[in-house]
Design a protein around this ligand. Structure first.
Ligand SMILES: [Ca+2]
Ligand SMILES: [Ca+2]
Ligand SMILES: [Ca+2]
Ligand SMILES: [Ca+2]
Length: 476
């Protein structure tokens, strides 16, 4: 249980850091880390020092102004399965995003949580965006809690309408109504102990309906909220020590059919930074602790899904600073459950938000990660042998940080045009991505979009053009 730091009593309240003109919230206060180097702004940085470096949580890292890198960034248009990125300006500073099928239209909506940017009309709001296949419009904007850190979409009151949960100052849910013009109602505050910096949803009650899990760093806990006809009901609280910048994902890590939790401590822990909680009956046991390779920096995010095409959920963890001290850690699942030994793949600098999805329609999940400050998205395609290939890299506009929920894959510009297959028109099949047991399948006609919430008044939509580079191939 080696720790990066001696644990200190946390002061109450928030810590704010001024980054690029915006106040960002740190959910845990800065603390001394013996191995940390000087964290003053570096003359070699092109932008800001990484926010965790500024806070003294890890050694200095940033996008370098002058550096020879090994990356070979290509235009999205030059990757056969991607169409050119669309840069969508939205009011406020988007921090986190969820794609969600909310109002019954063929395409998903995009739920964005905005931070503070001295824009009182749009700061600290939940914005619901729709796309008709050509452009985004704001369907609804509603006041939300401050310091958006996480967002999750699930039906919290079992009325078969998906609702939105947001984490920040606390945990709130926005129940959905039947209205097609203002589908979300005012938020309902959950009685969460302290700030919330990570959310995830999975079935924790055995009724095959999604429940909500929330990490509260100030109380070192994960709260599990069951979805019931009366709304979210607190079920249990798990001990989870974290110094903040947490991440939380759901997978079945022992293949028993029950959802388990993977929780990441994004600061304060050089080892033992990922805790696996296995669901066994009505009990969650802290069954496994993982130590992803960080290169002496910190882990940043994680994702659950099958990355070697054996039908078993695996776990990937992004960690590190600048190359070569940056990694994609892969934990595969074996016959006895998740294997605690990491396989590290080289990553480009400061890998942060990470998503598992089949982005090129070959039936095998791929891994996508954004890079804090480095204007880059990496795509690790899974090859026919079930291994992840060296990443393709696509340019993104600048964003100083991508919290785990800042990157999402879904279908928000679904064209809903029939596909002519073997002379017979049929509609595109729709499947969910990135969920256990529902990873991409051959013949499924879905055009996922990659959405990156950038803390610079925009989201970036990188669109998947077609299954195999041509519309006809969609119909195989
Ligand atoms: Ca609902
Ligand atoms: Ca399980
Ligand atoms: Ca697997
Ligand atoms: Ca794939």
């Amino acid at each position: 249980m080696a720790r990066a730091t001696v644990r200190h009593r946390r002061p109450l309240g928030l810590t704010f850091v001024l980054l690029g003109g915006a106040l960002l919230t740190l959910l845990a206060p800065p603390r001394a880390v013996p191995s940390v180097q000087a964290t003053t702004l570096s003359a070699t940085c092109k932008g800001e020092l990484h926010y965790k470096s500024q806070a003294g949580l890890m050694p200095a890292a940033c996008e370098q102004a002058s550096i020879v890198t090994t990356r070979a960034v290509v235009a999205a248009a030059d990757i056969p399965f991607l169409s050119p990125p669309v840069d969508v300006m939205v009011p406020g500073w988007p921090q986190v995003a969820a794609n969600v099928d909310l109002i019954g239209t063929p395409q998903h909506e995009l739920a964005l949580m905005s931070g503070h940017n001295f824009d009182p009309l749009h700061d600290e709001t939940l914005q619901l965006l729709t796309n008709d296949g050509t452009a985004f419009t704001t369907l609804q904007q509603i006041a939300a809690g401050a310091h958006a850190e996480a967002v999750s979409a699930l039906d919290v009151n079992l009325d078969d309408r998906v609702d939105i949960a947001a984490g920040g100052d606390g945990a709130v849910v926005f129940p959905q109504t039947l209205s097609s013009t203002a589908p979300l109602t005012q938020s309902v505050q959950l009685l969460q102990p302290g700030l919330v910096d990570a959310l995830a949803n999975g079935d924790f009650s055995g009724d095959l309906r999604a429940d909500l899990a929330a990490v509260s760093p100030l109380s070192d806990s994960i709260s599990l909220w069951h979805s019931t006809l009366a709304g979210s009901l607190l079920s249990r609280t798990l001990l989870f020590k974290t110094d903040g910048y947490s991440a939380l994902r759901i997978g079945d890590f022992n293949n028993d059919g029950y959802d388990d939790l993977a929780a990441l401590r994004g600061s304060g822990y050089l080892t033992d930074s990922v805790q696996i909680f296995l669901q066994q009956g009505d009990v969650f046991s802290a069954a496994l602790t993982l130590s992803p390779e960080t290169g002496g920096y910190l882990p940043h995010s994680l994702a659950a899904g099958d990355v070697n095409n054996d039908g078993l959920d695996d776990l990937v963890v992004t960690a590190g600073g600048e190359q070569p001290n940056a990694y994609l850690n892969v934990y595969l699942q074996g016959p006895s459950g998740l294997i605690s030994t990491t396989t590290t793949l080289p990553a480009f600098s400061l890998p942060s938000a990470v998503v598992i999805a089949d982005i090129n329609h070959d039936g095998q999940n791929d891994v996508l990660t954004s890079h804090d400050g480095w204007r880059t998205l990496s795509i690790y395609l899974q090859n026919n042998s079930g291994a992840l290939s060296p990443p393709l890299q696509v340019s993104l506009p600048y964003s100083s940080r991508y919290r785990p929920d800042a990157l999402t894959v879904g279908d928000v510009d679904y064209p809903y045009t029939p596909c002519l297959c073997n002379g017979a028109a049929r509609n595109f099949e729709r499947i969910r991505y990135g969920k256990p047991g529902l990873s991409g399948s051959r013949g499924a006609h879905k055009r996922p979009n990659i959405m990156a919430a950038s803390n610079a008044e925009r989201i970036v939509l990188v669109s998947c053009a077609s299954a195999h580079g041509s519309p006809a191939a969609d119909c195989d």
